[in-house]
Design a protein. Sequence first.
Lengths: 73, 258
Amino acid sequence: MPEAGRETLEVEATVREALPNALFRVELATGTRAAVTAHVAGESSLLRLRPGDAVVVEIAPFDAGRGRIVRRR
Amino acid sequence: MSVQKCWSELQTMARACRIVVDALDALEAAAALGVTTKEMDRIAREHIEKAGARPAFLGYRGYPATLCISVNEEVVHGIPGPRKLREGDILGLDLGCIVDGFYGDAARTVAVGRASEEAARLMKVTRESLFAGIDACHPGKRVGDIGHAVQTHAESHGYSVVREFVGHGIGTSLHEEPQVPNYGPHGRRERLVPGMCLAIEPMVNAGRAEVEVLADGWTAVTRDRSLSAHFELSVAVTAFGPWILSEPYPYAQEAAHA
């Protein structure tokens, strides 16, 4: 019987740098990866993120270098 | 980190897996025109109980039956009921049992009567994908290598691999760490070590990969209603390579010379 897969992991992170095209460099609170490049998920309020903002980032269990910012925290 | 099993535990796992595969043989023989899926469930349960084991799925998170039987566009977790089998149906039969506290889990897809050429090809490729995954089960490789092998094989034939459900570690519970997706890059995820037991189970769709779960809360179907096939075996990683637990231990000679 297959298990319902957990597709993504949610981790707390802090925005470090705003990049072009709604991308942000964020630092994960877990500290395992220094930085991931994350794009914002849907909500336009997330477009106005600035360095230092606390967010929640969703990352795939395998491609840990990229993620999506799901919400502020 | 998954739990590593010792030799005697692997023996018990092997007994459980053997019972499941024997029951699947009986179910495959019984899959005929007009038989209901409920009747198939009864055969599965009788077989398991006669062998002195307990059904693993019955009551698991409220699952109401011994067998998962997924017809045609159903991917997995089909619940047995009054549905009658028809000529050319393909049936995903997924079954698990418990022996002395250890779980065995296996599945295969079979045709009722004569399968269409397309269905036969899908089943063949899905089965091959399972064995491609099993071939990756050597110590030092990683869980991602299994999924990569499965995905590469299935997609090279124009099929797609289901993402929402994954294989899993197996042992003293039905689902243990690690998860074993049937997709993804090689070289990632947990390292394989001797004594790990994994249920590898590609679910392959003839059309697109997306699935949805019906209102019963269990039955998963392909969103585009294309055919889907599912094969599964429980495998132990040994120092010599994969041991399909429902088969005799294949490395007795190597072990004797080691």
